[in-house]
Design a binder for this molecule. Structure first.
Ligand code: SIN
Length: 507
């Protein structure tokens, strides 16, 4: 086993949260580990919509926070949402200063798109659907130029190191088939979400909740893991992952129709196509389940302007043989974002000393039960930087690791089965019966393959979804459609009934 002692901040993950944390930790030395090459294997680079922020005359952070709280269906931490909204405009301007080429108005302000559940156009965008790629390019260049940051690609997270008191003291990574132990004075996980646990996802399929699973096994407190957001309009052309048709298309006036040509959304919600994302996702799911199919019709709203206005969506459609200028785009809901994650405070601190989390693997409380559109890049930039600053200030290299928390691999075949089971039973529509079936499958997988991190992450989702006997935001139970009084979920791995049963069975 190779051992490396890093006397600074270790960041795992190179999406916008990880890169923002690395930049903000200056002048402390940062070692940034990522499995994929920079700008690959992270959802940030695929984000189409943009960054929500109160940047225009008449808009305020308070209004942005109010929309965030309303979308979150009773579970948003209001103080966190206000902090995010207040720090949003400066975060967008800072990215523009780094070179992110946001669309500007003729007057020199940020051009704004309208997306669902925002009371006004509030999303700073880049050439229609290029925001994530363009922002990540600008930030990646800044990271590569920063003298305090060393980037190592080809390093896959395999475990966490802890000292005798439980303080996290670094990670175990795998590179070129060999394990390497890297001790660090502070560790930030920015490992992304859990899209790769689902059969249909808009995120890179390699994101399988590894950071979340390992943090849970190390004893970290996990918040709201049952809340998964399904984007209504993944393009259904048989690709894995499924390309996204950004919500901004509906903001521009594109409409949803079924195979009978009926504009069906008004049957489900008065805001029709611009209803909250979970409602649109369930409506599309229902149309498809009823055999009517669902399609996005952008022929009138965008038509001939597609190649310039939405180049990523245009290219994705063409790759599946659909010309969206003149044809309907077949759409399906897909796992898009995990609201739950490693519970953190406003500076990314987890419940374990020495461990910080930022971006999608973290749960700051700003998203509640349903994330507001285009708040994720914003959260990654704002809370990623806050985590970087806190980790740098609190870094402590004094203790030695004595405990290794590592997880076995989950081979391809059971992973494929897991993805089908998660989509079937912990997807857009859930029930106690389905969740129990899923948990039984997880028991069987764990008995064969051990506590692989994707299985741990899946169990967190399934167990907490079963325990939440209500419907709220992204969590919809056919057998419990009413709402209970609002409560957030906070659990540790040891609290889960499933994990206890498994351990008792193994003893
Ligand atoms: C979209 O462009 O529709 C996705 C934006 C988001 O997930 O916030």
């Amino acid at each position: 086993m190779t051992r490396i002692a890093h006397d600074g901040v270790l960041v795992v993950g190179a999406g916008l949260a990880g890169l923002s944390a690395a930049l903000a930790a200056a002048p402390r030395k940062v070692l940034l580990l990522t499995d994929a090459p920079l700008n690959h294997g992270c959802s940030s680079a695929w984000a189409q919509g943009g960054m929500a922020a109160a940047l225009t005359e008449g808009d305020t952070p308070e209004q942005h926070a109010a929309d965030t709280i309303a979308a979150g269906a009773g579970l948003v931490d209001a103080a966190m949402a206000l902090r995010l909204a207040q720090e949003g405009p400066a975060a967008v301007r800072a990215l523009a200063t780094l070179g992110a080429p946001f669309d500007m108005t003729p007057e020199g302000g940020f051009a704004q798109s309208l997306e669902a559940a925002h009371a006004r156009a509030r999303v700073a965008r880049v050439k229609g659907d290029q925001a994530g790629a363009a922002i990540m390019q600008a930030v990646t260049i800044a990271v590569l130029a920063a003298p305090h940051i060393e980037v190592r690609t080809g390093h896959r997270l395999r475990g966490l190191l802890q000292d005798a008191a439980g303080r996290v003291r670094g990670v175990i990574a795998e590179t070129n088939g060999r394990a390497v132990e890297i001790t660090a004075a502070a560790t930030i996980l920015a490992t992304g979400g859990i899209g790769g646990l689902y059969a249909v996802t808009t995120t890179p399929a390699e994101l399988k909740g590894e950071g979340l699973g390992l943090a849970a096994l190390a004893g970290a407190r996990i918040a709201d893991p049952e809340f998964v957001q399904f984007h209504p309009t993944a393009i259904d052309i048989g690709r894995d992952p499924a390309p996204l048709a950004t919500e901004a298309l509906r903001g521009e006036g594109a409409v949803l129709v079924n195979g009978q040509g009926e504009r069906f959304m008004a049957r489900y919600h008065p805001q029709a196509e611009l209803a909250p994302r979970d409602i649109v996702a369930r409506a599309i799911h229902a149309e498809r389940q009823a055999g009517r199919g669902a399609f996005l019709d952008a022929r009138q709203a965008v038509g001939a302007h597609f190649p310039e206005e939405f180049p990523a969506v245009f290219a994705a459609c063409l790759s599946g043989g659909v010309d969206p200028r003149v044809e309907l785009i077949p759409v399906a809901p897909a796992c898009h974002y995990h609201m739950g994650g490693i519970a953190t405070d406003a500076d990314g601190r987890s419940s374990l000393a020495g461990l910080y989390a930022a971006g999608e693997c973290a749960a700051t409380g700003v998203h509640g039960a349903n994330r507001l559109a285009s708040n994720s890049l914003l959260e990654a930039a704002v809370f990623g930087a806050r985590a970087g600053r806190a980790a740098a200030a609190e870094a402590d290299p004094r203790t030695q690791p004595t405990v290794r928390v590592s997880a076995p691999d989950l081979p391809a075949e059971p992973l494929a089965q897991l993805r089908q089971a998660m989509s079937r039973d912990a997807g857009v529509v859930r029930s106690a019966e389905g969740l129990r079936r899923l948990l039984a499958e997880l028991d069987a997988f764990e008995a064969i393959y051990g506590l692989a991190a994707p299985l741990v992450a899946a169990r967190l989702v399934a167990d907490c979804a079963l325990a939440r006997t209500e419907s709220r935001g992204g969590h919809f139970r056919t057998d419990a459609t009413a709402q209970q009084p609002p409560r957030r979920t906070f659990v540790t791995w040891a609290d889960l009934p499933g994990s206890r049963a498994l351990r008792y069975a193994a003893e």
